[in-house]
Design a protein around this ligand. Structure first.
Ligand code: FEO
Ligand code: CA
Ligand code: CA
Length: 649
């Protein structure tokens, strides 16, 4: 989720009950003592892959060339000219590449559907038939004409998350007043879009299809796993509806999309002065004010004073079958309840392994390991996401790590300690992870698994100071990327070795950062590998910091997409987004010749350029249409090479 400038960012506030300081306080102190940091010493650059004999190395901050693996002396994986850092209101890509805007917010998902109105006067009912707002994680499911295929030549089904809404830009008159219709429009702009996309020559377009579908904050939902729909903890008014704050996503080997509910807590609130959060509500950051959406003032569903049950229906990973347009999405509770940034699925020994970060300062990274081979489970009519064990990571300072089970009856999670059953464990995942001794991290975001060596990479976007060698900078305004190798390269293993792949930031402000101008970046967030093993890194610098010298971000420019060669550590900027936007969401066509990237929240309020208003929604950005009477629109950007070649080479 974007870190909004106009109010305190809840992601930067720990709700983990230990004495972390608020990020801004620490950041300001850090900036004022910059000279002290300049004189600091730097740990030796040794990564676990570079360690002699592949043995355990002391965890260290990697230098410019942290790893020289066996393949490290080959040709660089990065074959494009770096794009310069920029604060322009445009999307910049390397020479020889083209960009095309696809499915911006408000596009009708059927050509006969309601047209987008540039004054934001579309109704809630119309928004339900249009592409949602604030595109985030996505995946292209290849589809041949009339059926699924492997080539992707005919395109496929593009599933796109819509994380949240910008309430100034969503409504013609802004959000100073709120009505049930406005809340319904916001609910309709959240969720997921599934749309058929097809390529004709070099151009991609959305086409009418029986698969085109919107899933919103009002769509009926099913529950499966340890916490089922009839559990008293979920017994709110009416049947469970909706998915909210759909941040990143994943996809399964059996062809389904999994969308992740991140900052669900902020939608809830109350005007009841007698309401106090329970320990669990406080642990998830539920408060009377919420994030300022005020939905509870017009829709009792979001009033937490009525009880915790409606909020308990959120914070899950949700499985959607894009090939079943009438299917009910299923909240897979075995994967735990937290602010799921994403859910990256891989496979080892026939079992599914799902990695998921909990994006808040001082939270954890988790993995779910299937109990049995996924094919066997599916052959018996069971979901591989319902049968397995959830683990949380402990990172030790000697460069090793352990996956700790969150299993009722194991370790401290016993009846004697007040745990009822596995449903209780998954409902209170954060508290269970606290109890087993997980390691606090600087805001875990996306996870990516290397396609051949199986190493796992995790973005830690920034943090106030969680300590330990895995969080090597205090405070950490720029973030870093941590990497681990599971024992025997088996992703189901319960121990691993880790190092820090890249420390983000600008050497002008932190001498430990060694990237040149082609690679300076901050707040890594989105992450993905292509088939050749290029690591693609997307950034989400807060709009309170972006482009500002006083925040150490003046040389970094707008948010960007960069590519890294994991064998050498080289990083190169590939794309720069427009003003106020985050670059997020990453999927490639199977032939690797089309890259889809999302531009989220262009034109959002920024410290550098000001704030949009109902009178001037274009104050910060007017991307992508630059219509003098229009407004900025989040959208998917399709990137191709003019010669039709493979992206990144
Ligand atoms: Fe939705 Fe942590 O970004
Ligand atoms: Ca982020
Ligand atoms: Ca994110």
């Amino acid at each position: 989720m974007s870190e909004e400038f106009a109010r305190v960012d809840p992601d930067d506030q720990s709700t983990n009950p230990s004495a972390n300081e608020a990020f801004q306080q620490v950041l300001e102190r850090r900036m004022s003592r910059r000279g002290v940091l300049r004189g600091g010493t730097v740990a030796a650059a040794v990564g676990f892959i570079g360690a002699a004999g592949g043995g355990t190395a002391a965890a260290a901050v990697a230098g410019p060339h942290p790893t020289k693996g066996p393949g490290g002396r080959g040709r660089s994986l990065l074959g494009f000219k770096a794009v310069a850092a920029s604060s322009a209101d445009t999307v910049s890509v390397p020479p020889g590449y083209t960009t095309e805007v696809l499915v911006p917010w408000g596009t009708p998902i059927d050509s006969r559907g309601p047209k987008w109105k540039k004054d934001a006067s579309n109704t809630a009912a119309e928004q339900e038939q249009q592409i949602g707002m604030h595109h985030d994680g996505m995946h292209l499911f290849p589809l041949r004409s009339g059926g699924r295929g492997r080539s992707g030549r005919d395109g496929g089904l593009l599933a796109i998350n819509h994380e949240y809404t910008d309430t100034t830009l969503l409504y013609r008159d802004g959000d100073a007043t709120l009505t049930p219709e406005k809340v319904n429009k916001a609910l309709a702009a959240h969720g997921v879009s599934v749309v058929r996309v097809a390529r004709q020559g070099a151009r991609w377009r959305m086409v009418d299809s029986k698969y085109n579908r919107r899933i919103t904050g009002n769509t009926p939902m099913a529950f499966s796993g340890p916490l089922k729909a009839d559990h008293p903890a979920l017994a709110a008014e009416g049947r469970a509806r909706g998915t909210l704050n759909n941040c990143s996503s994943g996809y399964t080997p059996w062809g389904t999309y999994i969308t992740c509910e991140e900052n669900f807590n902020g939608y809830f609130g109350t005007e009841d002065p007698s309401w106090r959060p329970s320990a669990e509500e406080a642990r998830y950051g539920i408060s009377a004010a919420g994030f300022g959406y005020r939905w509870h003032t017009v829709d009792p569903r979001f009033d937490v004073a009525a009880g915790p049950e409606e909020a308990n229906r959120f914070g899950w990973v949700v499985e959607i079958d894009p090939s079943s347009p009438r299917g009910t999405p299923v909240k897979r509770t075995a994967l735990g309840r937290f602010k799921h940034e994403g859910a990256t699925v891989t496979e080892s020994r026939g079992r599914v392994v799902v990695y998921s970060g909990d994006d808040q300062d001082g939270e954890y990274v988790y993995k779910f390991v299937g109990d049995h081979g996924w094919r066997r489970l599916r052959a018996r009519g069971k979901s591989p996401l319902d049968h397995g064990t959830l683990y949380v990571a402990r990172f030790d300072d000697d460069g090793t790590g352990t996956w700790l089970p969150l299993k009722f009856g194991t370790g401290p999670l016993t009846a004697a300690n007040g745990w009822k059953d596995q449903a209780d464990v998954v409902l209170r995942t954060r508290t269970a992870a606290d109890a087993v001794g997980a390691t606090k991290l600087d805001r875990p975001e996306w996870v990516a698994v290397h396609p051949t060596d199986r190493d796992v990479y995790l973005t830690l976007t920034n943090g106030g100071g969680n300590g330990g060698k895995v969080n090597p900078r205090t405070p950490n305004p720029y973030g870093h990327i941590v990497r681990w190798r599971e024992k025997n390269r088996d992703n189901t293993a319960l121990t691993f070795e880790w190092d820090i792949f890249a420390l983000a930031g600008d050497p002008a402000y932190d001498p430990r950062v060694t990237h040149g101008p082609d690679a300076v970046f901050g707040s890594p967030d989105g992450l993905g590998f292509d088939k050749a093993g290029r690591l693609w890194i997307q950034t989400d610098i807060s709009n309170s910091s972006q482009n500002l010298a006083g925040k150490g971000y003046d040389n970094i420019g707008n948010n960007a997409l960069l590519a890294a060669d994991p064998r050498t550590g080289e990083i190169r900027r590939f794309l720069v987004g427009p003003r106020g936007a985050e670059v997020t969401g990453f999927t490639l066509a199977p032939d690797q010749r089309t890259l889809f990237v999302n531009i989220q929240h262009p034109g959002e309020a920024t410290a550098a350029w000001g704030s949009p208003t109902p009178q001037n929604p274009r104050a910060v950005s007017n991307w992508p249409e630059f219509d003098p009477a229009g407004r900025p629109r989040p959208a998917t950007v399709v990137i191709r090479r003019k010669d039709g070649g493979i992206i990144g080479t």
